[in-house]
Design a binder for this molecule. Structure first.
Ligand code: GDP
Ligand code: GDP
Length: 434
């Protein structure tokens, strides 16, 4: 668990500029390289060694100027519900507006850290103009310029200070599953189908984190806990099928889980929202199982399933080594398979390969297919080992690690997958100097 920071404010104050400055650059670079459209409003960031999720709530609104105030209010309310820390961005150029006052009124009632960031303070002259934001009644403010970066360091210091303490998760050996997906995909139907009967519930474990309750289950001979978050339970509050809601809802559950069961509505196909939740899980290095639900509603011909599956795999490139299961929460078809697969993915995620076994398998492959020479220099990989990390990560030691490019790293990852089965699990490959 790391914590969730939400950036709120009315349109054009500079939220997305601030967001881009705050997220890890690496994230952005990876996205550009893979060429996949990803959610630009959710990212991982760290500051002073604290990692956190960052959400630009404004990014989910289409059309900026004429946006309804009601819409902003709803966004702020959801951010208040779901985030640990809120950054309220205002604009020194326009001064305090009516919409700012309205947002401030919501934020004044909040019992979690709220930081006012007065943006566009590009020079010292403008700093003086910022005093009027005291009138928002939210106490001290930070003057920043998202464009040139000034003041953002101080803001980040305060933000990470405001994050909840890193609570050690209880070292339960139980896999933690999060059922995620867009509204109406069938998440609650699936959970009910699976566990509807009280007798499968073993116990409620009070969550170590605010608002989160894990429920332990024993079903089909598997023990696991389902991550339930306030967001999922308070589902009745907002019903709209907006990306923003789905993301806000999913982030905490995903962070808190080992394996994400991504429920997709077969009658709608694998859409952008599904893709974004997928990447949310992937970026958090979680195991993933894709559950194509409502399969009972789909007209089937010989290749329907295969074609559906291929389309999904195309959308999730390059991380395609993920189980896809066609099921129906309504008829309970393959819900056993869904859980069985999630348990397998959990095993893959926690798998340890001994160094000797790893080298026995990988070194001959590398010898057969060495990294391409770079500027006339030969790269020699001498040794590899699995790192003692919570998710599968591998270090390959070489004389010239900087010359090993992404295509070769992907080659190594694929070979690892072929030989050791990391189905459903993000795998990281690093090259290090030996
Ligand atoms: P959002 O709608 O709140 O996400 O706002 P944007 O990040 O899209 O920014 C709105 C406009 O303000 C853009 O033209 C930005 O270039 C500009 N802007 C953002 N931050 C700053 C800043 O620190 N200084 C100045 N002068 N302009 C900024
Ligand atoms: P959630 O918002 O993701 O929790 O979705 P729900 O579980 O509330 O389901 C949304 C709607 O889809 C409800 O009307 C369900 O009865 C229906 N539904 C869910 N799963 C299935 C399924 O496998 N087959 C069919 N035909 N309908 C389903």
């Amino acid at each position: 668990m790391s914590g969730i920071v939400a950036i709120v404010g009315r349109p054009n104050v500079g939220k997305s500029t601030l967001f881009n400055r705050m997220i890890k650059r690496r994230d952005a670079i990876v996205d550009e390289m893979s060429g996949v459209t990803r959610d630009r409003h959710y990212g991982r960031s760290d500051w002073n060694g604290r990692e956190f999720s960052l959400i630009d709530t404004g990014g989910y609104v289409v059309g900026s100027e004429d946006i309804f105030e009601k819409e902003i209010d709803k966004q702020v309310e959801l951010a208040i519900d779901e985030a640990d820390v809120i950054v309220f961005v205002v604009d020194v150029e326009t001064g305090v507006t009516g919409m700012d006052e309205e947002v401030a009124q919501l934020l004044r009632q909040v019992d979690k850290p709220v930081f006012v960031a007065v943006n566009k303070v590009d020079n010292a002259m403008r700093a003086a103009d910022a005093v009027e934001f005291y009138a928002l009644g939210l106490g001290d403010y930070y003057t920043i310029s998202s464009i040139n970066g000034s003041g953002t360091g101080e803001l980040l210091d305060a933000v990470v200070e405001g994050l909840p303490e890193n609570v050690e998760e209880e070292e339960e050996d139980l896999p933690r599953f999060a059922v995620v997906g867009r509204p109406n995909a069938g998440k609650s139907s699936f959970i009910n189908a699976l566990l509807g009967e009280e007798r499968y519930i073993v116990t409620d474990i009070a969550g170590t984190t605010r608002d989160s309750v894990d429920t332990r289950y024993n079903r089909f001979g598997f023990e696991f806990s389902l991550v339930d978050t306030a967001g999922i339970r308070r589902k009745a509050k907002v019903k709209e099928d907006l990306e923003f809601y789905t993301v806000m809802r999913s982030v905490r559950a995903i962070e808190h889980s080992d394996v994400c069961l991504l429920v997709v509505d077969a009658t709608r196909g694998f859409e952008k929202q599904d893709q974004n939740i997928f990447w949310l899980a992937e970026r958090n290095k979680k195991g993933i199982v894709i559950l194509v639900n409502k399969w009972d509603l789909v007209e089937k011909e010989t290749n329907t399933m295969k074609e559906f599956e291929n389309r999904i795999r195309k959308e999730i490139e390059p991380f395609t080594d993920v189980p896809v299961i066609f099921m129906s929460a309504l008829t309970k078809q393959r819900i056993y398979k869904a859980i069985e697969t999630a348990v397998e993915v959990y095993k893959n995620k926690t798998k340890r390969i001994s160094t000797s076994k790893l080298n026995d398998v990988m070194l001959p492959i590398i010898e057969h297919n060495p990294p391409p020479a770079h500027k006339g220099k030969y790269v020699k990989i001498k040794f590899c080992t699995q790192l003692p990390t919570p998710t599968p990560q591998f270090a390959f030691f070489a004389n010239l690690p900087q010359y090993v490019r992404d295509p070769y790293k992907r080659f190594l990852e694929n070979k690892l997958r072929q030989n050791f089965d990391f189905h459903g699990v993000p795998v990281q490959v690093y090259l290090r100097k030996k």
